[in-house]
Design a protein around this ligand. Sequence first.
Ligand code: ADP
Ligand code: MG
Length: 250
Amino acid sequence: MTHALQTSRLVKRFGGFVATSDVTLNVAAGARHALIGPNGAGKTTLINLLTGFLEPTEGTVILKGDDVTRLSQHQRVKRGLARTFQINRLFADMTVLESVTLAVCERRGIGARWWNPVGSHVEAIDEAAALLQQLRLIDVAHHLTKSLAYGRQRLIEIALALAAKPSVLLLDEPAAGVPTSESRELFETIAQLPREVTILLIEHDMDLVFRFADRISVLVGGALVAEDTPDMIARDKRVKEVYLGEALHG
Ligand code: ADP
Ligand code: MG
């Protein structure tokens, strides 16, 4: 099996506190892989180690077979590892199409003169429009990003990440703060992204996780306690005890 993303014996300590404990994770190419676990389990810390936002105390991060542990966030993005931008990265006074075109221009290294629609800029605009089509945002291409419902703003963040043409997309609770009425559509749109993009998702809503994922890893107290198919995870006694039981019964 080809792996898009792996970690080997990853450890992160904050002073004496172990936030990531000996994590060896394998994410298959094309997977819809979910990372679940209770609050404080170390999910976000693990994502931060993968992107290079944090440096591990021990262990390695491997992207498409290459050790990227010492690479910067930017270098990892260039090699195909993207995460969603935070909401405050959206440019409030730009339209959806302008924002995504700007991100495409950035990847193409053609600067931010997107408003001058000649040559390569036209191609960048076309590429951005195709991304909006993929994320079902084309009908609001000319709306200001700030005017959109929160769920659709999260889709813009995903479009901005996809503008880097990643092979792996990391999503840390993309539905956080999104009303339930919008989160279903948000996940349906994420689920139909092309399989060339491997997705590692953190999500606490188990309905969404079990509908979306083909593989689930369970993190507790910084350590991986299980990794399996959704069916097997749902039946795993230990997982029920440490996490699902808690999620189901408060
Ligand atoms: P999760 O995303 O699973 O809720 P986090 O990765 O955010 O968990 O946090 C895991 C643990 O690591 C928590 O106990 C948190 O307080 C601790 N932690 C996270 N970042 C830091 C930091 N920069 N310094 C100290 N402790 C941290
Ligand atoms: Mg978190």
